[in-house]
Write a new protein. Structure first.
Length: 564
């Protein structure tokens, strides 16, 4: 793997002159703005395919300028948002003065209203910013106040117009609401984060450090690459059925080939099969190879096909055959002995009426159509399906955006068998660092999501969000594996036939959220949030009831969401 990465990076440094930028970290609120304007123009962006996130700043800048040049009718909130996006990506906007501050702070700081400090020369663009996330909350299910305390820094830019770079480091101290703490106790992991330590007299606080970074470079005019330690998100929905940002960061090489109406993405990633082997012991590794082909069949209709393979080898070695960027993985995995976990799938996105987007995603872990059509409930018919829609300027109300989504994940989806001798801790399941890579709740579930977003044109710095999530899931017991827990070996299943979604111990979860955000100045937000969550489990006499209110200040960081 070291030789492979060295070869790719060596190619990148051989003198290509194509401009390279860093990427905008995936943040649902930020990317919702880009979705909104792509739907409003009906036709897809010519600079990126939205299925593969995050996007480069250069591509976002190109899209925004082309959108404005097309002369679309804009509300005051839309003008505010487009100015925000242009300023946030100023180094790739034709008029880079869009982010200039009226009066710098102490001469050298905030010359750009977007950056504490920046440098722009012929060979270097560098932007440095502080990161702050301070939150205090009250959870009626807990006796203690909850809080977030994140302090860090982000540095990004480009070198010689050939290499983009990004660096993020932050120290975190948290006391989570009760429902999140239960998940931590169950999984031994904080969703989306890495190694943590207990803190505080009662060990009810969690302390951890977050670090991520990467470089981007051009392999050719059509092929861009990213190498580093970060996350990816594949999909157009609120959830992803194949690769989400739910898990910890991981090391990867990502190749993105964009030509004609096609976009082809390859990801080669190193992941952790466990998250706790004791101090001083290296965690066992496993690997993911993923590719996705996206095609704009029409100017407003996109379909895609993807394939992933998760595998591990004795001693932590890689399978060189999977490094082939254009190989059909399922065929290759079969030839290698059928010991690895392959998922196939497809997705679709259709923009209609300049206000509506329909989307869907299908992931197939294993399927036998004979058994499927018989309705036998065979355990190995494992798949996940997503159907959703986005309706912007709903009912002709400017900047009132709606979204609805249904996700169904069959029992035993994303799970696999222990495939390495003498390494029982290493499972072939679709997870990383003891966290699911796709849906955060695992499998054996039906989920319904509804969302309302509103940004009043008269007060564009305000954003209002209402969200409802309802999940029906069947849970396993200590002795019976009913298919929800993707960390269990699926050979421990209860039955061969008669399986159905929601089997096992019935669990019903309702989560409702109301959120108000106000942007005081660029990327400095104040959030007021209320969450009501109720989980009823069949074998429990009393349901879990969460009533959680919090107030947060965020600076150059997205809102932390624990939606499970």
């Amino acid at each position: 793997m070291k030789r492979f990465f060295s070869l790719i990076i060596g190619i990148a440094l051989c003198g290509y002159s194509y401009g390279q930028s860093d990427l905008v970290p995936y943040n649902k609120d930020y990317y919702n703005l880009l979705d909104r304007y792509e739907i409003k123009q009906k036709t897809f962006s010519q600079s990126f395919h939205s299925i593969s996130k995050p996007y480069s700043r250069a591509d976002i800048a190109t899209f925004i300028e082309q959108y404005q040049e097309a002369g679309h009718t804009l509300s005051m909130a839309d003008k505010f948002n487009l100015d925000y996006l242009k300023a946030d990506n100023w180094q790739w906007i034709s008029d880079s003065t869009v982010a200039d501050a009226e009066k710098p702070f102490l001469t050298y700081f905030y010359k750009k209203k977007t950056d504490l400090y920046h440098v722009k020369t012929k060979n270097l663009v560098l932007r440095a910013n502080p990161v702050l996330y301070t939150m205090i909350g009250s959870d009626k299910e807990s006796d203690s106040f909850t809080f977030y305390n994140t302090r860090g820094v982000t540095v990004q830019g480009s070198l010689d117009n050939k290499i983009g770079f990004y660096f993020y480091a932050a120290d975190n101290l948290m006391r989570f609401p009760a429902y999140v703490e239960r998940d931590i106790q169950k999984q031994g992991a904080i969703a989306g984060e890495g190694r943590w330590l207990p803190s505080g007299d009662g060990n009810d606080q969690r302390e951890y450090f977050t670090g991520r970074g990467y470089i981007t470079f051009a392999v050719s005019e059509s092929i861009n690459a990213q190498f580093g330690y970060d996350k990816n998100f594949i999909g157009d929905g609120y959830r992803s059925m194949i690769l989400s940002d739910n898990s910890n960061d991981y090391l990867f090489l990502k190749l993105n080939t964009k030509v004609w109406k096609l976009n082809y993405t390859n990801i080669f990633a190193q992941m952790m099969a466990d998250n706790d082997k004791g101090d001083g012991q290296v965690l066992p590794k496993k690997y993911l190879a993923f590719h996705h082909l996206s095609a704009n069949i029409l100017k407003n209709l996109n379909i895609g096909f993807y394939e992933s393979v998760m595998y591990a080898r004795e001693g932590g070695g890689i399978e060189l055959a999977y490094m082939n960027p254009i190989m059909f993985y399922r065929s290759l995995e079969h030839d290698l002995g059928d010991g690895d976990s392959v998922i196939l799938g497809a997705d679709l996105k259709w923009n209609i009426f300049n206000c509506l987007q329909l989307y869907g995603q299908l992931a197939i872990d294993d399927i036998q159509f004979k058994e499927l059509f018989k309705g036998s409930g065979w355990y190995a018919n494992k798949f996940a399906i997503q159907m959703g829609g986005k309706y912007i300027d709903a009912f002709k109300v400017s900047n009132l955006d709606l979204q609805g989504e249904i996700n169904i994940v069959k029992p035993y989806m994303y799970s696999h068998f222990q495939n390495i001798q003498n390494s029982s801790s290493i499972a072939g399941g679709y997870h990383h660092y003891q966290q699911p890579l796709a849906h955060p709740l695992g499998a054996n579930l039906k989920e319904f999501i509804g969302m309302v977003r509103y940004q009043p044109s008269s007060l564009p710095k305000f954003n209002f969000r209402l969200k409802g999530i309802y999940v029906e899931q069947g849970l396993s017991t200590e002795t019976e594996n009913w298919g929800d827990d993707i960390f269990r070996d699926y050979t421990t299943r209860v039955q061969e036939y008669g399986n159905k979604t929601g089997q096992g111990v019935a669990s019903k979860t309702l989560m409702a959220e109301a959120n108000v955000s106000y942007q005081f100045f660029h990327n400095f937000f104040v959030d007021l949030q209320y969450i009501y969550r109720k989980q009823s489990i069949e074998e429990m006499a009393t349901p879990y009831n969460t009533s959680y209110t919090n107030l947060a200040i965020r600076w150059n960081v997205g809102q932390k969401l624990n939606e499970f």
